[in-house]
Design a protein around this ligand. Structure first.
Ligand code: AMP
Length: 657
């Protein structure tokens, strides 16, 4: 039996492996409900990704960790992972942690954490009054983080691989939902580190599934699969849809979408409610049962949840099934028959919630449902016939069920590991940027450099210049978002490029380069051509944004496109006029003595002052569309003209003298 020892297991290296660190990179699917580990092996001169069975002989491991507290010493005496932990769940509900992937990398105040903590039998709390981190409280008072739970699962999977391969494995590729934000990805990586793994790459789950679908057969049969692929992934806690284009070993993610809070557990919860309601109505003749009291009984809820999941899974294979829970409460039993049709009906709203993200992903990839060549189904929930039928109706095509929905993600992660270690060649995995990236330019406008859903890695350079004469520095502000004005987008980084030689405005050539690597890490650099001055920063895209937030941003951008454009044009005009008039003011001040001799000097100066007042008013009320910005443009052009003529007259007069 594999046990994760309390203190040292995460980093401890078993002595017999110490001298043989493996070059192998294992692939791990760290799932909400189940996890799996795979590696690349040679099968008759070909490479094949293979699942490693755990010490219980299972190909997947429940993502559950249970702590046993000794009642006398009040110390943790045992940590169990996987199905052994799951078996403890009933007798030790408050110390058995499951579905903690929903909490990893989130702050306590996060809506999803607040929602989740109400439905789980263990205690979720704030780490401390001053920290926003999520903590899980064990009954002896000790706190664990969702990252610690992830680390315990990863440690178990690492040991599974170590023992099976008889080598010490210290490198891994771990998968995450496509819409995990930076802090969730970072927390997953840190969990890997705690488990003694160097996490070489964090890969999106649907991308891994596509890799497994597109490559595993190729490796075995020597054939290649090309075409447009939709990966429909409904697991225990999240739903993801990705559209990929596979062309001769190049995997390009065209778009991704999903729902970070939709999965098998939501289906289980619906069934739990159904069972509870039936239990109450079956027994209310003899006893008044309070729903609230039942809901607060953690052991009872755990038994119900187990029964609900069991009947849900059974109904994927048979038309009707019996739920039998003896002595559920006091001496009362639950006995109930459920039909597949009944389950379909009560969970239809959840199944239908997957349709809009699919449509959005297709729209973003700029394709129609009929363009999709294959639909692959990932995640245990896709075994439910009603879900398969819904997907078939949506695409007007039968989904491909040749891949094993529980194993394909880990297989894909192992393939990605093989690509990194060099075991698998000629494959390039391409991901996409979730939102447009660009910089702020004149008047607070957003100048995009990398449009959303651009395939990464990508590198792009554009030339910008200064807006004011003799400007010796520029601030490069990097934004992410879909709106035309930076103030509606998210600032993800900024830096100053100083030391530009004084030149008239528009003369310096400042090359701004965005370089995004395969992990989505963005390097932004700016260099001024004549001086060679250069500066750069590294930022992470998609920081702190959930998939829902991304969808909202895109929708808002679409809704506001016209008004954003109007405001953007106004601001550009106002800023340009402001710069022009400032130049004229400077020239008037500098050559005051000479130009004041011209008879029209006083008139032009007054107009200049009036225009300054007007521009300042517009600047203060930049959104007030009642102020006609064209007036500024006309007045600025007229004044420029008059000032130019005045300078010409004065110059001609002085030459005549
Ligand atoms: P995953 O996160 O991919 O391991 O998916 C786990 C989810 O799939 C859990 O909610 C399971 O209850 C559910 N599941 C597994 N097998 C089936 C099945 N045959 N029918 C319906 N749901 C299933």
């Amino acid at each position: 039996m594999l046990r994760v020892s309390v203190k040292s297991s995460f980093t401890k290296i078993p002595r017999r492996f110490a001298s043989t660190k493996s070059s192998k990179v294992i692939g791990i699917d760290l799932g909400t409900t189940n996890s799996a580990v795979a590696y690349i092996r040679d099968v008759k001169d070909k490479k094949s990704a293979t699942i490693i069975e755990n010490d219980q002989g299972q190909r997947t491991t429940p993502s559950i960790v249970s702590y046993s507290v000794n009642p006398t010493s009040n110390k943790i005496e045992k940590v169990l992972v996987g199905s052994l932990a799951k078996r403890q769940q009933m007798i030790n509900p408050e110390n058995t942690f499951f579905a903690t992937k929903r909490l990893i990398g989130r702050s306590f105040d996060d809506d999803e954490v607040q929602r989740d903590m109400k439905t789980v039998p263990f205690k979720v709390m704030k780490q401390s009054p001053t920290s926003d981190a999520v903590s899980l409280k064990i009954s002896n008072g000790e706190l664990k983080s969702p990252k610690d739970i992830g680390a315990a699962i990863l440690s178990y999977l690492k040991t599974t691989a170590d023992e099976y391969l008889n080598e010490e494995i210290d490198k891994a590729v771990i998968t995450v939902p496509a819409y995990f934000n930076d802090s969730q990805r970072q927390a997953t990586k840190e969990a890997g580190k705690l488990a003694g793994l160097n996490v070489l790459r964090v890969v999106n789950e649907p991308t891994a599934a596509a890799l497994s679908f597109g490559l595993d057969d190729k490796m075995k049969e020597g054939e290649r699969k090309n075409g447009l692929l939709a990966v429909y992934d409904l697991g225990g806690g999240t739903f993801d849809i990705s559209i990929l284009d596979i062309e001769d070993g190049v995997f390009e993610v065209r778009s991704t979408n999903g729902d970070t809070h939709l999965g098998g557990e939501d289906f289980d919860n619906v069934v739990v409610r159904h069972l509870l309601n039936n239990f109450i109505s079956q027994n209310n003749k003899n006893k008044k049962l309070s729903l609230q009291i039942l809901l607060e009984n953690r052991a009872l809820m755990q038994r119900l949840r187990d029964a609900a999941e069991k009947v849900k899974i059974q109904l994927s294979h048979v038309k009707s099934a019996i739920v039998d829970i003896p002595f559920l409460y006091d001496n009362l039993h639950l006995h109930l028959e459920m039909e597949e049709e009944e389950l379909d009906k009560m969970t239809l709203h959840l199944i239908n919630k997957t349709i809009p993200p699919v449509k959005k992903a297709l729209r973003d990839a700029d394709i129609e449902t009929e363009d999709i060549d294959e639909i692959i189904m990932v995640g245990g929930m896709t075994r439910m016939p009603k879900i398969r039928k819904t997907v078939e109706d949506l695409f007007n095509k039968k989904p491909n069920t040749s891949v094993n929905p529980d194993e394909t993600v880990a297989i894909g992660a192992a393939i990605q590991g093989g690509i990194i270690s060099g075991e698998i060649k000629d494959v390039l995995l391409l991901d996409v940027t979730p939102l447009t990236l660009g910089i702020e330019t004149i008047g607070g406008a957003f100048s995009p450099l990398i449009p959303r859903n651009t395939t990464v890695p990508v590198k792009k350079t554009e030339i910008f210049s200064t807006g004011v004469d003799n400007q010796t520095g520029v601030e490069i502000k990097v934004y992410q978002g879909e709106r035309g004005l930076v103030r509606n987008n998210k600032l993800i980084g900024n830096f100053q490029l100083a030391g530009i030689p004084p030149m008239p405005k528009g003369m310096p050539q400042i090359a701004v380069t965005f370089d995004i690597d395969a992990d989505g890490i963005i390097n932004v650099s700016a260099s001024e051509k004549s001086s060679g001055k250069e500066k750069s920063i590294t930022v992470v895209a998609n920081q702190g944004l959930t998939e829902q937030e991304i969808n909202k941003l895109v929708e808002e951008a679409n809704e506001n496109r016209d008004s954003d454009n109007t405001i953007r044009k106004r601001l550009e005009l106002i800023t340009k006029a402001d710069i022009m008039i400032s130049d004229t003011e400077t020239a008037f001040e500098k050559y005051k003595d000479t130009i004041s001799t011209d008879p029209q000097y006083g008139e032009v100066l007054n107009e200049l002052k009036a225009l300054r007042v007007m521009i300042d008013t517009f600047k203060k009320e930049e959104n007030n569309t009642k102020l006609d910005v064209n007036v500024i443009k006309r007045s600025t052009d007229a004044l420029q003209n008059k000032a130019f003529k005045l300078f010409q007259r004065v110059t001609t007069a002085s030459q005549k003298k």
